[in-house]
Ligand binder design. Structure first.
Ligand SMILES: [Fe+2]
Length: 239
């Protein structure tokens, strides 16, 4: 369900849809009468998402912050409901989408310090049905991704409407964030997380040096930027 909404001048609205495991952001461009989605949750999010989308302008694209199950697995149902809608990833996601490389397994430390606290915060425990319906895409247990309607964006592209894509690797190699400079909004996937209303860096990384560079980059955007994370409540990050 939609839990928060921001007006973005001149004519857009950003909704935070609280998915079962992760946030899904819905960007409504009222001028062009279209809705763009950032991340698409788990399969069990899809019925609720579809009924929400029925009240909004046409869904024209789904932009993914990174190739992890809780951000992409809703596509199996959503892609069937919206057969003309593309799903887009940062170009660095190419090798995991083609099956050339696999999503690396989470370490025990990542499970203990990030995944379990995230599940506690959201109240979501992965169900067998969700895992099965997800096809295990975006996990270490499945290679590749169905290529139909898959497209790519690159760093600096003006996507979604009014935002610009930043490459923000570290949590995963393909992690991307979307920045709206005048509205001071950053949709950052799992680069930063929100726990108990506090925005903090994610310690679950596959490349800690890249992650540190990413955090420096985000810090330079300024403390007034509203961080819209993949998990938890949006807020400001004090660096
Ligand atoms: Fe993630």
């Amino acid at each position: 369900m939609i839990t928060q909404t921001w007006y973005i001048p001149p004519d857009s609205i950003l909704h935070r849809y609280r998915g079962r495991a992760a946030n899904i952001y819905l960007l409504v461009d009222r001028g062009r009468q279209m809705t763009q989605m950032i991340d698409c949750g788990m399969p069990s999010d899809v019925p609720g998402l579809i009924s929400c989308l029925k009240k909004l302008p046409e869904l024209t694209a789904v932009y993914c912050t990174h190739f992890h199950i809780d951000h992409i697995a809703g596509w199996r149902g959503l892609g069937m409901a919206y057969p003309r809608c593309p799903i887009l990833f940062h170009q660095t996601a190419g090798p995991v989408l083609s099956g050339e490389t696999r999503v690396p397994p989470s370490s025990i430390r990542d499970i203990r310090t990030v995944l379990i606290p995230c599940m506690r915060e959201s109240g979501y425990v992965p169900s067998f049905s969700d895992l099965l319906r997800s096809g295990f895409y975006g996990t270490p247990f499945r290679k590749g991704f169905p290529v139909r309607n898959v497209q790519f964006f690159k760093t600096g592209d003006a996507v979604p409407s009014g935002f610009v894509c930043l490459h923000t690797p570290g949590h995963t190699p393909d992690s991307a964030s979307f920045y709206h400079e005048s509205a001071r909004i950053l949709i950052c996937g799992d680069v930063l997380l929100s726990f108990d209303g506090r925005i903090i860096p994610n310690t679950y990384t596959v490349d800690s040096l890249a992650h540190r560079h990413t955090l420096c980059h985000i810090e330079q955007l300024g403390p007034d930027v509203l961080i819209c994370p993949g998990h938890g409540v949006p807020g400001k990050w004090n660096g």
